[in-house]
Design a protein around this ligand. Structure first.
Ligand code: NAD
Ligand code: 0WE
Length: 258
C-alpha cells in the first residue's frame, strides 16, 4: 500500500464539469493522498473533458456519467459505479443547480418550478445518492457535500439556492443520524466564493470576491485546493469523530459582521 491520508481507499466524486470545478479540486487532493477514484460528470457533453481530467490525476481515476435528475438515470449510473468499485470508502457530492432567472432579482419572486428544480438537483440528489451509496460503503466511510453561507444568512440574489443549501445542511444532519449506526459519517464543507462554471455569469460575483478579500479575517479569498484539502480531511481517519457538521472553508468570512 502507498502512503497518504487516503492510501488504499476507494472514493467517488460527483459533479466534475471542468478543471475549475470544486469537485476536481477534491479529486486532485484525494488523489495526491493516495486514493483510487471515480469522477462523475453530468452527461455526454462533458465526457471527453472529464476523461482527460481523470487521466491527468496522479493516482488511478476513472470517469463515469451520473445525472442526478431522475431515479432511473441514477440507478443506471450506480450500476456502472458498483461494477467498477464494489466497495467505497468516501464520496464527495459537489452538485447544484437553479434556473438562472432564480438567481437574479428577488427571492420573493421564486417560482414553484424554480423552487422544485433547485431543491431536486441541489438537495434531494444528496439523499438519493446516500441511499444508493450507503450499501456499498465500508465501515468508517465518509460522505461530504458542498454548501455555502447563503444557506444560513441572506446573500443577495442567492435566493432559492440559499433555501436549498439550508435544506442540504439539514439533510446532512439527518443523514448523519441515520447512517451513524452503520459507521458512516456525513458532513458539509461551506466554501467561500470561488470562480467556477457555477459562478460564471452571476451578476456581481466580482463584488462577492471583493467583499471576501477585504472583510474576511484572512483578508483573501479561498482557492478550490483549500476546499479540496478540507474535504480530504473529512474523508480521512483524522475526522473519524466528526459527523453532521458544517466546516467553513471561507477565510473566516462567516464569523464576521460589518
Ligand atoms: P461547477 O459548475 O464546476 O460544479 C457544479 C456541478 O453540478 C457541475 O459539474 C454540473 O455538471 C453538476 N450538475 C448540475 N446539474 C446536474 C445534474 N442534473 N446531474 C449531475 N450533475 C449536475 O461549480 P462549483 O462551484 O464547483 O460547484 C460545486 C458545488 O460547490 C455546488 O454544490 C456549489 O453550490 C458549491 N459551492 C460553490 C461555491 C462557489 O463560489 N463556486 C461556493 C460554495 C459552494
Ligand atoms: O452555489 C453556488 C452557485 C450554484 C449555481 C450556479 C448557477 C449559475 C448558472 C446554481 N445554479 C446555477 N444555474 C445557472 O444557470 N455558489 C455558492 C456560487 C454563487 O452563486 C451566487 C452567489 C455565489 C457565491 C449567486 C448569487 C449570489 C452569490
Amino acid at each position: 500500500m502507498g502512503h497518504g491520508l487516503l492510501a488504499g481507499r476507494q472514493g467517488i466524486v460527483f459533479g466534475v464539469a471542468n478543471k475549475r470545478s470544486i469537485a476536481y479540486a477534491c479529486a486532485r487532493a484525494a488523489s495526491e493522498q493516495g486514493a483510487r477514484l471515480i469522477l462523475t460528470y453530468q452527461g455526454e457533453r462533458l465526457r471527453e473533458g472529464v476523461e482527460e481530467l481523470a487521466a491527468a490525476l496522479p493516482g488511478e481515476a476513472l470517469a463515469l456519467p451520473c445525472d442526478v435528475s431522475s431515479d432511473a438515470a441514477l440507478d443506471a449510473a450506480m450500476a456502472a459505479i458498483a461494477e467498477q468499485a464494489p466497495r467505497l470508502d468516501f464520496a464527495v457530492h459537489s452538485i447544484a443547480f437553479a434556473e438562472k432567472a432564480e438567481l437574479e432579482g428577488e427571492f420573493l419572486d421564486t417560482s414553484r418550478a424554480g423552487f422544485l428544480k433547485a431543491h431536486e438537483i441541489s438537495t434531494y440528489s444528496l439523499i438519493a445518492l446516500a441511499q444508493r451509496l450507503a450499501p456499498l460503503m465500508n465501515e468508517g466511510g465518509s460522505l461530504v457535500t458542498m454548501s455555502y453561507l447563503g444557506g444560513e444568512r441572506v446573500v443577495p440574489h442567492y435566493n432559492v439556492m440559499g433555501v436549498a443549501k439550508a435544506a442540504l445542511e439539514s439533510a446532512v444532519r439527518y443523514l448523519a443520524y441515520d447512517l451513524g449506526p452503520r459507521g458512516l459519517r456525513v458532513n458539509a464543507v461551506s466554501a467561500g466564493p470561488i470562480r467556477t462554471l457555477a459562478a460564471a455569469g452571476i451578476a456581481n460575483f466580482s463584488d462577492m470576491l471583493e467583499i471576501g478579500r477585504t472583510r474576511s479575517p484572512l483578508r483573501r479569498n479561498v482557492e478550490a485546493s483549500e476546499v479540496g484539502d478540507a474535504t480530504v480531511f473529512l474523508c480521512s481517519e483524522l475526522a473519524r469523530g466528526i459527523t453532521g457538521s458544517v466546516l467553513f472553508v471561507d477565510a473566516g468570512f462567516h464569523c464576521t459582521a460589518l
